[in-house]
Design a protein around this ligand. Structure first.
Ligand code: ACO
Length: 432
């Protein structure tokens, strides 16, 4: 079959130019414009990467119009229903679901890398007690490269693998420690008898003073939240990790860059922003005036937890998390939780409003995750940190894929320059 081409023609009579059209396994085709500059002396202009595929990837597939999310081909609904977080982590990292033996080995390796270097523990006292956990995470994860010199050779596959294990294993410890430091409670060392998620909740909420029994419903809810957040193809933070990785930076530095990018309220910080928004609305009777402010774009008011660059249909993660939210509130006897009721009422109003319908704005994963976190006793400032913990798996898989990609080059976008054209230096005495 002959190669499919896209032809670019110009209105000024310049000769037209052909570009190959590449097809993936599923999803939109892409026009390979790598030779555009060489052939035309022009660049493409695409702020926000609205129409640009930045890489090839085998990991996560999203069909935003249909509301589909798949990790390595498996629908998110099935993975959230049947798998543990580490099972999904293995899938995302290796491309296939593990068999029983592979899973046991993987869980054993992760379990035996959960402690952090004792000297790293002392880092925490350098932070203010009220530091935002994401600020602490950026610093401490970045600092890991200073502790694990033996695993920062990015060209050595065993080094890359051990870095991946260390990051996935230590993120719950580092995240829980940032919470404990905040509250002034003692750090809890990981316990190998617990599962990954039980261990995280233990390090968050356990104290040396009493035994803590894991609650299976709450553990499962947290497991699901982590699965839903584990990867999401080329979002802002993942692209940040890839861009940093394209320079040859070590994986700890790259993941720290991803954490910084995730922090923003338009990305991972949205779950925190949802709870703040619900708190401000306060009561269902205030929903109409809030919606009016959003529609009038008054003071940049937005319906946080709504809208997505890719999903122009219901975010499939939002459906799963809404169900999880019900289960958790039931388990904790919080069925009449005011915030949850307010969120449901707000969602209903927005979904029936022309403004949101026209713009294809639906709830995203963060609309309900905050309510689940809150019910679990997790403070608002920790929400994004837990997102980072989960997304670390995706970031590492994407980084590993990048390193092994023969097409990979240093990420170096170009620009449409609109500043002053060349001019001569003006001596101080002649400046106005
Ligand atoms: N509330 C009100 N209006 C919105 C919202 C919202 N949450 N999101 C988008 N819009 C409006 C925009 O104002 C714009 O309106 P206009 O056509 O009148 O100018 C229109 O919808 C299109 O919006 P864009 O900004 O072009 O959409 P984009 O794809 O760039 O933004 C984003 C997506 C950043 C997620 C945006 O919807 C948003 O900021 N949402 C709130 C924050 C949030 O929940 N983020 C979490 C994303 S999921 C995640 O990171 C895990």
């Amino acid at each position: 079959m002959s190669e499919k081409l896209a032809t670019l023609s110009f209105s000024d009579g310049k000769p037209s130019v052909d570009f190959p059209v590449l097809g993936g396994s599923v999803g939109p085709e892409v026009i390979d414009v790598r030779a555009l500059y060489a052939k035309t002396g022009m660049f493409t202009y695409d702020p926000g990467f609205m129409s640009t595929a930045s890489c090839r990837s085998n990991i996560t597939y999203i069909d935003g119009d249909e509301g589909i999310l798949q990790y390595r081909g498996y629908p998110i609904e099935q993975l959230a229903e049947h798998c543990s977080f580490l099972e999904v982590a293995y899938l995302i990292l290796n491309g296939e679901l593990p068999n029983q033996r592979q899973l046991e080995v993987f869980v054993d390796i992760i379990t035996h890398h959960t402690m952090v270097h004792e000297q790293l523990v002392r880092f925490y006292s350098g932070f203010r007690r009220d530091a935002h956990p994401m600020a602490v995470l950026c610093g401490v994860v970045g600092a890991l490269s200073a502790f694990y010199h033996d695993s920062i050779d990015i060209n050595d596959p065993p080094s890359r693998e051990i870095s991946a294990f260390r990051l996935i294993a230590k993120l719950p410890t580092i995240t829980a420690m940032s919470y404990k430091y905040n509250t002034g409670q003692p750090f809890m060392y990981p316990r190998n008898s617990l599962s990954y998620v039980e261990n995280f909740l233990y390090m968050m909420f356990g104290t040396p003073c009493e035994e803590r029994k894991p609650n299976p419903v709450l553990t499962r809810a947290m497991e699901r939240i982590l699965i839903l957040h584990a990867d999401h193809e080329q979002n802002a933070s993942t692209s940040t990790v890839r861009l940093a990785g394209s320079t040859g930076a070590n994986p700890f530095a790259c993941i720290a860059a991803g954490i910084a990018s995730l922090w923003g309220p338009a990305h991972g910080g949205a779950n925190e922003a949802v709870l703040k928004m619900l708190g401000e609305i306060g009561d269902a009777k205030n929903i109409p005036s809030f919606i009016k402010r959003v529609k009038d774009k008054e003071g940049h008011a937005m319906l946080m937890g709504f809208g997505h660059r890719v999903y122009k249909n219901y975010d499939p993660r939002a459906k799963i998390i809404q169900k999880t939210c019900h289960e958790v509130l039931e388990e904790l006897d919080l069925k009449d939780d005011k915030l949850f009721k307010l969120a449901l009422a707000l969602e209903k109003v927005a979904l029936e409003d022309d403004y949101f319908i026209k713009r294809k704005l639906y709830p995203n994963v963060d609309f309900y995750s905050g309510i689940v976190y809150k019910a679990l006793g997790i403070p608002v400032s920790m929400f994004t940190a837990i997102f980072a913990l989960a997304r670390t798996v995706g970031w590492i898989a994407q980084w590993t894929e990048l390193i092994g990609d023969p097409d990979q080059k240093i990420g170096r976008p170009r620009q449409l320059f609109t500043g002053a054209a060349g001019r001569d230096f003006v001596p101080m005495e002649k400046r106005k």
